[in-house]
Ligand binder design. Structure first.
Ligand SMILES: [Zn+2]
Length: 171
């Protein structure tokens, strides 16, 4: 049984095919701070190509629906300078978006270690080139993110402790 985390926002997006790939675009003007959609669905403990991480070892799965359909958010593309960020499970606009704008978010702001890393072609001057998850970013890259999910801070602290423990054991 799915748990309702936030009320479903009004539908302001649709999935379209553009430049040979599916993407999510706005179908109504969206204001900065407005919730664009909710990342809802069953959760799994292991990331896949089609999950979004919402907690430590907690990933919402876009593939696991039994009704044959996909949630719109499955088609969200990554951008290194995105126009939305995830707050809890609410994908929230970080600037005003006109109708027809592709909606993007930064996978590195939610994913610790991605199951399917890829080369980014977002075209931003700040493009990080390869997107693999927060774990793989430099401190400088982390500082440039517009959002960092709380679970990534927890994962980072744990990874730091594990590294320190490994260093103690090897010395
Ligand atoms: Zn990029």
């Amino acid at each position: 049984m799915d748990q309702t985390i936030i009320p479903r926002p009004p539908v302001v997006v649709a999935v379209v095919a553009r430049h040979g790939q599916h993407c999510v675009v706005t179908t109504a003007p969206v204001k900065r701070g407005q919730v664009v959609l909710a990342i809802d669905g069953p959760t799994v403990s292991t990331p896949t190509r089609y999950t979004v991480q919402v907690g430590e070892g907690l990933h919402v799965d876009a593939e696991a629906r039994t009704d044959g359909g996909f949630p719109i958010w499955r088609f969200l593309n990554h951008a290194c300078e995105p126009n939305t960020r995830l707050i809890g499970r609410a994908l929230t606009a970080v600037r005003d978006l006109p109708v027809g704008q592709e909606v993007s978010f930064d996978y590195d702001s939610t994913e610790w270690d991605m199951a399917a890393p890829f080369d980014c072609g977002c075209g931003s001057p700040k493009c990080r080139g390869i997107v693999r998850g927060f774990r793989h970013l430099s401190d400088e890259q982390r500082a440039q993110l517009i959002a960092i999910a709380p679970h990534l801070q927890t994962e980072l602290a744990r990874a730091g402790r594990e590294l320190a423990g490994a260093r103690r054991r090897s010395s």
